[in-house]
Write a protein that binds this ligand. Structure first.
Ligand code: SAM
Length: 267
């Protein structure tokens, strides 16, 4: 077990890797650019490495922390507590609409890596109330979020997230910036929901299930992976090469397939 400089024993089960590199912290806060009056929400404030500078700039923020000891510390913090509203609990089970009072939310966090992907999808299901998101994730996850078709990291998560958000990698962060250091490289990404998505879909769940089916068998042709969903004639209508591999189809292609499937099954 490793003790941080603030005397807290990092809990592995809560994915606790605390940021201590002030240069990295400054860069993340500059990327978030918090302003007074904004609806800022931090997931997993921990020992307040990001919380403190954000609170200094914005005056107030709301935080969601699962570890009771850390939530207690924040609530009793001598000069931070007045600038915080602390929500104790699991961000995965949090209804972020409860934080919405007409002003869109700016969500950020150095996320616990064990739950970062489900947490991101949980937030993507509430996008209409979100202004933007800044997350520290495993670098490998950020690579997948930002990957273009044809790239070996391009997959389900790339299509699902790029359909609804602009994905902007911000910064790479080495393990030494954390205490304890994680075993992998990390990176910060900015996700900005599209007000007017370039590839609108009737139903995001349909897109997710189409992507799941396609990328489960990456080595097969799209004709094979989609054989229960698309006929040869459908491929012509959709202007998609049935011999293409799933990783070569664009986000627009997947959205056309999803909308087509939705229209056929809803009829
Ligand atoms: N923000 C701090 C930093 O940058 O040093 C801590 C980041 S640490 C990687 C992840 C934080 O998320 C920890 O404080 C942990 O207790 C908290 N956490 C873990 N699982 C959580 C969950 N399901 N909901 C809310 N917070 C969670």
């Amino acid at each position: 077990m490793s003790k941080t400089h603030l005397g807290h024993v990092a809990r592995k089960r809560f994915g606790q890797n605390f940021l201590h590199d002030t240069h990295v912290i400054d860069q993340i806060v500059a990327a978030i650019n918090p302003q007074p009056g904004q609806a800022l929400i931090e997931i997993g404030p921990g020992l307040a490495a990001l919380t403190e500078p954000v609170a200094d700039q914005a005056g107030h923020l709301q935080v969601v922390e699962l570890d009771r000891d850390l939530a207690d510390r924040l609530e009793h913090h001598p000069f931070l507590s007045s600038k915080l509203t602390v929500h104790r609990g699991d961000a995965l089970k949090t209804d972020f609409k409860e934080f919405y009072n007409g002003q869109k939310l700016r969500v950020f966090g150095n996320l616990p890596y064990n739950i970062s992907t489900p947490l991101m999808f949980h937030l993507l299901s509430q996008l209409e109330i979100i202004e933007d998101m800044h997350f520290m994730l495993q670098k490998e996850v950020v690579d997948r979020l930002a990957a273009e078709p044809g790239n070996k990291t391009y997959g389900r998560i790339s299509v699902s997230v790029q359909q609804c958000c602009e994905v902007i990698p911000v910064l790479e962060v080495p393990p030494g910036a954390f205490n304890p250091p994680p075993k992998v490289d990390s990176a910060v990404v900015r996700l900005v929901p599209y007000a007017d998505p370039p590839n609108p879909v009737h139903c995001r769940k349909t897109l997710h299930s189409i992507c799941l089916t396609a990328f489960n068998q990456r080595r097969k042709t799209i004709r094979n992976t989609m054989k229960t969903i698309l006929t040869e004639a459908d491929f012509v209508t959709l202007n998609i090469d049935p011999n293409a591999r799933p990783e070569t189809l664009s986000v627009a292609d997947y959205c056309r397939i999803a909308n087509w499937h939705y229209e056929q099954t809803e009829k």
